[in-house]
Design a protein around this ligand. Structure first.
Ligand code: MSP
Length: 501
């Protein structure tokens, strides 16, 4: 069976996830569900990035140990994902023992190859952040460098750290980024290439003195140092599938790995990650799928800006995980930031889910029960509508294979739209025996329901049950293959919400 391995970034659990994180996770879940439907053996990985200063500090503030704090937060994240029907196969935590062991062994392996060395690190430091800032990251106030978060002057500091020889990988990276179609959309690969060409590659600090950060994985051969979070975090993608433990499993899933990320962590997932992999003699990933930001009031939704929309608010407003998932995927965009505007999202919800798909299911269900006692036997479908449905199906497969979920969702609704049109034109309610018309309409509902399944799994299953069919591989769900529908319920799926003035 074909394998499909898909990952989300592992999130910092310093705060609960918001709609920005849900944007990524629901996207990955939608692709995972689509691939399962298409018959793939899917492994969908998500999890939390639990080490490092940020977490150490939040825990301290709350009077907890980092372990206590991250244990609690892991449950918080899992509950949020459950509330959105996110069906991951494995939830990794960087404090998991197997992960720590893999990181430590990988660090030693790269060190032995001579690609990690100890040297002085000097730079401008913010004592409050406990972090170095490089030019471009800090702000200048009266000509002097200041911390962008604390507005305090930065101090010149030095420390001994371990470096990873990133600069050794320049030719390799240029070759991979130029010649292999890994980064998707391609424009992000160009962005990374131009940054490498403009700025070159500097070696990367990958361990810090334990006095500065103690919450992390120790350098195996030098207990005075702790491995830096990014090196630790990136390795989750391979430790989770048995790297250094279960070779067979590792090779099987790695051969078709798809990383989903936001554009903020593009550099780490290309330059840094591909180089670490090369140092470990591992091929680069099959695909890195990058998306743009979800913005609110024009800026990236983020806790520090204070413009986040909460997942609870979305669930309350739209009434079901399915609706929330659908609207998020309908505004999903890889190239451009998407502004989260309630007016727009309300109108998508009302016109597509309530008025088009929901209304079709309700009308057809009521009619079928009234006219034929819910039992509708196979008839031939008019070739015109059959062709139209097949075109929509093919376009949908094309969209989903290219990770274009917004287009996929629209095409599924187009199918429902065809059903409504057909219903309006043929007026089965005026006929004594409208079996032919109803059979055709139910076929449009079946197709729309199957195509919507990756977005709205719960509601698709509910409709399939109410109408007597199964959600299956869309390529196998050929038209006119159902011998008899048995409509036992005509559910109201999505209640309209009143539009904001
Ligand atoms: N822990 C690192 C990732 C390590 S992966 C080996 C991290 N964590 S994070 O909690 O900050 O999550 C960042 C990711 O969350 C982004 O790349 C993106 O996938 C998602 N998003 C967070 N806010 C978002 C928006 N406002 N819009 C879109 N995606 C958002 O970085």
């Amino acid at each position: 069976m074909n394998v499909f391995y898909i990952t989300t970034p592992i999130y910092y659990p310093n705060a609960p996830p918001h709609v920005g994180h849900a944007y990524t996770t629901v996207f990955a879940d939608t692709l995972a569900r689509y691939k399962r439907l298409m018959g793939y053996n899917v492994l969908f990985l998500t999890g939390n990035d639990e080490h490092g200063l940020k977490i150490q500090k939040v825990a301290e503030k709350q009077g907890k140990t980092p372990k206590e704090f991250t244990d609690e937060m892991a449950e918080v994240f899992k509950n949020y994902w459950r509330s959105l029907d996110v069906n991951y196969d494995h939830f990794i935590r960087t404090t998991d023992e197997y992960h720590e062991k893999t990181v430590s062994e990988a660090f030693s392996y790269i060190y032995k190859k001579g690609l990690i060395y100890k040297a002085k690190y000097a730079g401008l430091y913010c004592v409050d952040c406990e972090k170095y800032y490089s030019p471009g990251e800090y702000v200048e106030i009266e000509g002097k460098p200041h911390c962008p978060l604390h507005n305090k002057p930065l101090e010149y500091m030095e420390e001994e750290t371990y470096y990873f020889k990133l600069s050794d990988f320049k030719d390799y990276l240029l070759d991979v980024l130029n010649n292999r179609e890994i980064v998707y959309p391609r424009s992000y690969a160009e962005e990374v290439l131009s940054k490498i060409n403009k700025e070159g590659l500097r070696d990367l600090s990958i361990a810090r003195p334990v006095e500065r950060v103690w919450w992390g994985i120790p350098v195996p051969f030098d207990k005075n140092y702790v491995i830096y979070v990014w090196f630790d975090a990136l390795l989750n993608y391979i430790s989770a599938i048995g790297y250094l433990n279960d070779n067979e499993k590792f090779s099987k899933y790695w051969s078709n790995v798809h990383h989903v990320i936001g554009k903020d962590i593009l550099w780490f997932h290309t330059v840094v990650w591909f180089s670490i992999l090369k140092a470990l003699d591992i091929d680069p990933p099959r695909k890195v799928i990058v998306h743009a930001f979800l913005t609110s009031k024009g800026t990236k939704m983020s806790k520090s800006v204070g413009n986040v929309i909460s997942i609870e608010e979305m669930l309350d407003r739209y009434g079901s995980p399915d609706a929330v998932r659908y609207v998020l995927m309908r505004i999903f965009n890889m190239d451009k930031d998407s502004e989260f505007d309630f007016e727009l999202v309300d109108s998508i919800y009302n016109s597509e889910l309530a008025d088009t798909y929901g209304n079709l299911v309700r009308r057809a269900g009521v009619l079928a029960q009234k006219k034929t006692d819910g039992k509708i036997y196979r008839r031939n479908i008019d070739s015109k509508i059959k062709d139209e449905l097949e075109n929509k199906l093919n376009a949908y497969i094309d969209a989903m294979e290219n990770f274009e979920v917004a287009r996929g969702a629209s095409l599924a609704i187009d199918v429902a739209r065809l059903g409504n049109q057909y219903l309006n034109e043929t007026k089965p309610w005026e006929k004594k025996d409208p079996s032919k018309e109803l059979y055709t309409v139910l076929e449009t509902i079946r197709l729309a329901t199957i195509l919507l399944y990756p977005f709205t799994p719960r509601i698709s299953n509910l409709v399939a049950k109410a109408f007597g069919f199964t959600v299956e591989n869309p390529l196998k769900a050929t038209l006119e293959s159902i011998e008899r529908y048995n409509v036992t319920n005509a559910p109201i799926l999505y209640k309209k919400i009143s539009l904001k003035k």
